[in-house]
Design a binder for this molecule. Structure first.
Ligand code: 0RA
Length: 640
């Protein structure tokens, strides 16, 4: 608590008007992201109560009327009168900006820097909020509309010894004009993540907007250890136990869980600070990386795996095949960077380093087999990197990438201006044929790809350059060497359009191509050169009219416009090859009438995990993953 009359206390007096005037300042955006942010904001308060040790169960419900309820069994928001404002503490928390952390003793801290704007922001941006608090055999309720209390704080006796807080809110349509619909998968993903990050806290998530209702519960006694187990479930672990570190120094809590896998070629380390995903890394990840490299090299030398005159293993060698989570809780987090997703507190680096160093050295000493297999894997990675360097050099010398002839099967466009050129990557020769006949050859090129392209996730670099389909892609597009800085001026087309069938195989090939672009030259994806074509699924013919439908829903919507006794014919396209060239042009390729979706990666670290899981060995879980998590790779509709 602040003892002098400080800035925080002045802030306490601020009302909610600025929040409604400039919502973006408080929740980032008024789009879907900002909308979901409201839920996280309320949940964070309950999570804080759980972290303080007073709450074991948090329930999130999506209600039929579009509102959301968050209920916990914590101590309940205090309801007594607050000295500064003369209002109840509850009303103060709900109606005063930044008031969240200033009540009821010092133990209550706000989770994040990203969130943590306070529950009053949710109140300001909701059509209505209803709060219920159970405390001391009483139940207290109050209702607000657009941030303003519309009832008194009503207190009634409550026979049971129930404790907790429940906040229900309906986002305001005036603010969230784009959409007010909560996305199940988005929320489920974050809630599950919160459950992993806060071991033992039970989070229940119910969607009552549909029948039957959907209810899921997340509770992980093993916390981030179980998170790592979940992330590596498609892989073959190099060691059975997850390596786990938990400690605290100077009020900074550190938790790390690590596992190396045999069949993975990239690392997948997720960082969190105060439960917020630090997509852009920061000092906690830097500390972890430093200590990993140092410790593995020290142990490798001790065990005579690296000789005196040999070079150290590089950080990326040591991390090859490593999956891990580092979660820190910092009293005053500093979040840096444009998106505020990089942890900046410098003291954290050394704390993670020393806490992990002690545990990891000891663990490897007591588990020499694990030590040996981790070191052997890193040495292999070291050698593979060397081999890849040599292969690249070879490629460079032969100038395969720089000035090789364009692949024979490429049907190039006639313009030489990349800015107006498009290339369609098409699966198979038959679809390729239709596309070649249907295109506008002035600015549209077609590259047919035969069969499934190489899964770059599962291959080391030296093999990539030997693969025919990949060679064609690299030369046709004018790409450089994997991982090297992207040279946009060499790119031969500024729209790279993946055009596959609208079925599971098509989705798989699309994913393989996206993985290729993401891993080979990520800037292509980040800078928005990659698009997905949207071919129709159905054609309806009715009299002289015809309609193309791009989803089952559109089909139903179109049919619903017909009179009940109408006669019509529905054709289902099983593949692009079945379409007449003119149809393909009209529906999918003609810039005047088509829809292209541009790939945008919202969350790079999440994308990394998705690609790793997508590209796992077993097909069934992967399909499921495409269906449930595909939306994280944001497909932006562009009518161009
Ligand atoms: C301040 C003080 C106390 C509890 C809380 C806030 C609190 C806030 C929220 C928000 C959602 N759920 C919550 N649960 C608790 C402690 C009051 C006391 O000392 O009993």
């Amino acid at each position: 608590m602040t003892s002098s009359y400080s800035a925080e206390q002045i802030q306490v007096l601020e009302g909610l008007d600025p929040v409604r005037k400039r919502p973006g300042m408080y929740i980032g955006s008024t789009g879907p992201r900002g909308l979901h942010h409201l839920v996280y904001e309320v949940v964070d308060n309950s999570v804080d109560e759980a972290l303080a040790g007073y709450c074991t169960h948090i329930e999130i419900e999506l209600n039929e009327d579009g509102s959301c309820s968050v209920t916990d069994d914590g101590r309940g928001i205090p309801t007594d009168t607050h000295p500064t404002t003369g209002k109840s503490a509850l009303e103060t928390v709900m109606t005063v900006l930044h008031a969240g952390g200033k009540f009821g003793g010092g133990g209550y801290k706000v989770s994040g820097g990203l969130h943590g704007v306070g529950i009053s922001v949710v109140n300001a941006l909701s059509e209505w909020v209803e709060v219920t608090v159970w405390r001391e055999k009483k139940v207290h309720t109050q209702r607000y509309e657009r941030g303003i209390p519309v009832t008194e704080l009503i207190s009634e006796p409550h026979p049971e010894n129930q404790q907790g807080t429940s906040v229900s809110f309906l986002p305001d349509a005036e603010i969230f004009s784009e959409t007010r619909e909560f996305d199940y998968n988005t929320l489920a993903g974050r809630l599950k993540e919160l459950a992993y990050l806060n071991a033992g806290v039970k989070i229940t998530f119910s969607d009552r907007r549909q029948t039957p209702e959907r209810v899921e519960a997340y509770c992980y006694e093993g916390g981030i250890r179980e998170y790592v187990t979940y992330m590596t479930r498609e892989k073959e672990p190099l060691h059975k136990d997850i390596i786990y570190v938990s400690g605290e120094r100077n009020d900074v809590q550190v938790e790390v869980a690590l596992q190396w896998c045999v069949d993975a070629y990239s690392d997948n380390l997720l960082g969190f600070a105060n439960n917020i995903r630090t997509i852009d890394g920061g000092t906690h990840l830097e500390g972890l990386k430093t200590v990993l490299t140092r410790t593995i090299n020290t142990v490798a030398r001790k065990r005579n795996k690296i000789k005196e005159n040999e070079a150290n293993l590089a950080g990326e060698n040591v991390r090859e095949g490593l999956t891990g989570v580092v979660s820190v809780k910092v009293p005053d987090p500093e979040f840096e960077g444009q998106t505020k997703t990089k942890l900046g507190n410098t003291e954290v680096r050394g704390i993670v380093d020393s806490l992990v160093g002690e545990v990891l050295s000891e663990y490897l000493e007591f588990n020499p087999h694990v030590a040996d297999s981790v070191i052997d894997k890193a040495i292999q990675a070291f050698k593979a990197a060397e081999a890849a360097r040599n292969a690249r050099e070879l490629v460079r010398r032969k100038s395969v990438l720089e000035s090789s002839p364009l692949p024979g099967k490429l049907a190039d466009c006639s313009t030489r201006d990349p800015a107006e050129s498009e290339i369609f990557l098409v699966e198979g020769d038959s679809a390729g044929g239709s596309a070649k006949q249907g295109r506008d050859r002035r600015f549209q090129a077609i590259l047919p790809l035969r069969g499934k392209i190489l899964n770059i996730e599962k291959t080391d670099d030296s093999k990539i350059y030997k693969n025919n389909e990949i060679q064609s892609l690299i030369t046709a597009l004018g790409l450089g060497i994997k991982g090297e800085e992207f040279d946009a001026s060499a790119l031969r087309y500024h729209r790279i359009v993946i055009m596959t069938d609208a079925d599971v195989d098509g989705a798989h090939i699309r994913t393989l191509l996206l993985t290729f672009f993401y891993r080979y030259q990520r800037d292509l994806v980040d800078q928005g050169y990659i698009y997905i074509a949207c071919p129709p699924l159905y054609k309806i013919e009715r009299g002289r009219n015809h309609y193309y439908c791009y989803s089952d829903r559109e089909l139903q919507q179109q049919l619903a416009t017909f009179p009940p006794n109408a006669s019509y014919n529905i054709q289902r396209f099983k593949g692009l090859g079945e379409m007449m060239p003119a149809q393909l042009w009209e529906t999918t390729m003609n810039p005047e009438s088509r829809t292209l979706k541009r790939i945008e990666i919202e969350d790079a670290a999440e994308a990394d995990r998705i690609f790793t899981v997508l590209m796992g060995d077993r097909v069934a879980p992967r399909r499921e993953f495409i269906e449930t998590h595909g939306s994280r790779l944001n497909l932006v509709d562009l009518d161009i």
